[in-house]
Write a protein that binds this ligand. Structure first.
Ligand code: HDE
Length: 737
């Protein structure tokens, strides 16, 4: 299919825009439509069905260059997957600043609100292999490559604002601990196993991160509904050379939403590509995901005014202390043409910065500055990975670097050194006033030591702050996640050590987890944790010790406070069978669509459904190909015949039970209410949802009414969906779904 036709087929998606980077990529984009098949040397192929043989039954000839080329290329199709963040999905888009940030930074892409800077953004899980499920309990990567006019700037962040460790030297240990265990390569994409918790329970500095990873943040509803964070403290430097500390944030305009753990497990079976598909379909459908870019600015003179260290990546700056200023917007509006060429080969690096952005001495960031080039050398096979189309900046490259594996650029002339006179001194260094990058002249005067500053030692206050800031359901989910994860740990001593660590965060949290594990919270633990022996010979023990101080709460840390005013892009299941009430269904569907949601018809079979009065609707999924966990809410259509059929369909009742258990909005009109009653919901709700009642009833996210009241039901239903989940129903956990 030609590219034009393909885009046409995508409906709304044809609005997908080109930008300077997409135009650059188009120079190497191939399209076979209407073309002859050729070899890699451009020779037309006459027979792609048979290898060259000595007679029809004969041996194959080595001479067959077409066969050899094809098979050889195939044999080499795979490259090593990323050692972390192997599983991901990406999209193109653009970034626009709201107003000039010249006071803060000289970075050009943050100056002119009329400039649309092309971006390529890759989201990922961390621990799993390339083929693992999107729904693993894990941190999500949020890596943004800005193709600015001054070169590439990569903001390689996560969806959680802090990290497990303080010093890069522990990263290989952390990753070895979380990856599948080396003797049997089990479990895939899961932290619920002994080696992970062994390591974590010996590393008190990871406690704050553990609170986040055990929260619902680690099971997002969609990449489009996650926050992003630069994690480290960076520097902004302005034209005058004045520097300020900065933390970076991405705030999704759709709010921050998650699934529940039971759902996550089921989605992994039903659609392991759930997040990848969601991103792809949203962009194809013209629902372009958007985030606002936020910065927290700290003046240099205030570096030490906090009770934590700005260089410590296990700490965040509470938004209540330093507000997040929203300075621009990121929009993703184009899917890649080719997963491997773009998403797999894109190479991010914390060291890709432009003038106006600089580093700090965060020891985790410093290690990353080494790691990212190093990893591309092995993964992409040599020093020319920057020449792969997706990695090329949109401004030209001129330097004296030469040769190497797979070199693409053809450098003219005899001069490949600097200084030179034969080449007229070119390419020449650029003064700072000509856009040359100058490193921020930070004053450093210290001893060379392997040490950690005492300002890094409070490992618990912010873990407590996070826990305190969660709503009751969010706290319950953390308790359950810890019970699950530690329940999968086989070594009793690891469980105990971990429960002890939790007791340093919050006594009730520890007691509840311990109860679930059938153990007691130990009063103390034996042996030092992650001990180091410095030159003076005195071991430094990082024994966990709760800092006794008042820790408040930070509302910004709770997803309960995320915007819940829209149902845009949500997927709503409409359950119906032949004989449904056509006008009620049409009214509900129209209201949902007008509010920006998608309504999908699910029926006992595929094809078309006939309404009571004869009109037909196309069925999107059968109960076999759909599952409640893949939708945000469910509406059960009215109509006696339809309801009778759905009541006899165990998959339909299971669908409703699951939606109820997962606290999703549910609506029904007319006889559809009887289908709700026939499900477990009837038993739990005690039949409060009555089709006979003349009033529309909305109770804990369950909305019912007559078919004739469909419009009003839809209005209440939309309000209920906007709430995302109705957690009060969790108390009624007896739903067997
Ligand atoms: Fe990474 N990380 N990382 N990381 N990281 C990689 O680089 C590393 C860290 C993050 O979509 C690797 O190209 C070290 C923090 C993302 O392609 C590797 C340390 C944060 C991605 C690497 C960290 C991240 C990576 C593997 C501790 C959040 C995926 C493949 C010092 C701020 C980017 C690759 C993509 C990928 C090393 C810690 C985010 C091995 C040594 C903290 C989003 O270079």
């Amino acid at each position: 299919m030609s590219k034009g036709k393909e885009k046409e087929k995508l409906g709304k998606g044809k609005q997908q825009e080109n930008n300077d980077k997409v135009n650059d990529l188009s120079k190497v984009t191939e399209d076979g439509a209407g073309q002859f098949l050729t070899t890699n040397q451009g020779v037309r192929v006459n027979d792609d069905q048979n290898s060259l043989k000595t007679g029809g039954r004969g041996a194959t000839l080595l001479e067959d260059f077409i066969l050899r080329e094809k098979i050889t290329h195939f044999d080499h199709e795979r490259i090593p997957e990323r050692v972390v963040h192997a599983r991901g999905a990406a999209a193109h888009g653009f970034f626009q600043v709201y107003e000039s940030q010249a006071e803060l930074t000289k970075a050009k892409f943050l100056q002119d609100p009329s400039v649309k800077t092309p971006v390529f953004v890759r989201f990922s899980t961390v621990a799993g292999s390339r083929g693992s499920s999107d729904l693993a309990r894990d941190v999500r990567g949020f890596a943004v490559k800005f193709y600015t006019e001054e070169g590439n700037y990569d903001l390689v962040g996560n969806n959680i604002p802090v990290f497990f460790i303080q010093d890069a030297i522990k990263f290989p240990d952390l990753i070895h601990a979380v990856k599948p265990e080396p003797h049997n390569e089990i479990p895939q994409a899961a932290s619920a196993h002994d080696t992970f918790w062994d390591f974590i329970s010996l590393m008190p500095e990871s406690t704050h991160m553990i609170m986040w990873v055990m929260s619902d943040r680690a099971i997002p509803r969609s990449y489009r509904m996650m926050e992003g964070f630069g994690v480290h403290t960076f520097r902004f430097v302005n034209e005058k050379g004045k520097a300020r500390f900065v933390k970076f944030h991405w705030k999704p305009l759709l709010g921050v939403h998650s699934v529940v753990w039971d759902e996550a497990k089921k989605i992994s079976g039903n659609d392991p590509d759930f997040h990848r598909r969601d991103l792809w379909e949203a962009i194809e459908g013209g629902d372009f995901p958007e985030w606002e870019f936020g910065v927290q600015i700290v003046e240099e003179k205030d570096e030490h005014k906090f009770d934590f260290d700005l260089l410590d990546s296990t700490k965040l700056i509470p938004e209540e202390l330093v507000p997040v200023q929203r300075i621009g917007k990121l929009t993703l509006n184009r899917n890649p043409d080719n997963f491997f060429a773009e998403t797999e080969q894109v190479a991010f690096h914390t060291g890709h910065v432009v003038p106006g952005i600089d580093f700090t001495n965060d020891p985790l960031l410093q290690g990353r500055l080494f790691s990212y080039t190093d990893t591309q050398l092995i993964r992409l096979g040599g020093p020319n990975f920057h020449e792969i189309p997706i990695n090329r900046p949109i401004d030209p490259i001129h330097n004296h670097q030469r040769d190497g594996h797979m070199r693409q650029q053809i450098n003219r002339g005899r001069v490949a050194y600097e200084p030179n006179s034969l080449g007229g001194g070119c390419p020449m260094q650029a003064g700072a006033d000509m856009g040359g990058f100058t490193s921020y002249a930070e004053k450093i005067d210290g001893k060379k030591v392997r040490e950690r500053s005492a300002s890094f030692f409070d490992h618990f206050s912010q873990a407590t702050l996070f826990y305190n800031s969660q709503s009751k359901p969010e706290q319950d989910h953390i308790v359950n996640a810890l019970r699950f994860e530690l329940g999968k740990v086989e070594t009793p001593a690891i469980r105990e050590r971990m429960v002890y660590i939790l007791s340093q965060v919050d006594k009730t949290l520890a007691a509840r987890v311990a109860e679930g594990l059938g153990i007691k919270v130990p009063a103390k633990i034996d042996g030092p944790l992650n001990m180091s022996v410095p030159a003076d010979g005195n071991p430094r023990q990082f024994q966990p010790k709760r800092v006794e101080k008042e820790v408040g709460s930070s509302p910004a840390l709770s997803m309960a406070n995320t915007p819940k005013d829209s149902i845009k892009t949500r997927k709503i299941a409409v359950l119906a069978a032949d004989g449904f009430d056509g006008s009620a269904l049409a009214a509900v569907k129209k209201a949902l669509t007008n509010a920006g949601a998608q309504a999908k018809i699910i029926a006992p079979r595929l094809g078309f459904l006939r309404a009571e009065k004869g009109e037909e609707v196309k069925i999107d999924f059968s109960f076999l190909t759909a599952a409640s966990v893949l939708f945000d809410a469910v509406y059960v259509a009215g109509g006696e015949k339809s309801a009778a059929a759905l009541k006899g369909e165990s998959d339909a009742l299971h669908f409703i039970n699951e939606a109820y258990k997962h606290c999703k909005a549910i609506a029904a009109t007319g006889a559809g209410v009887d289908v709700l009653r026939a499900s477990y919901l009837g038993a739990v709700e005690g039949g409060t949802a009555a089709s006979e009642a003349s009033k529309v009833v909305a109770n804990e996210g369950v909305v019912t009414g007559q078919d004739a009241q469909a419009g009003k039901v839809a209005t209440e239903f939309i309000k209920a969906i906007a709430q995302h989940r109705h957690w009060s129903r969790e108390a009624k956990d007896q739903v067997p779904a």
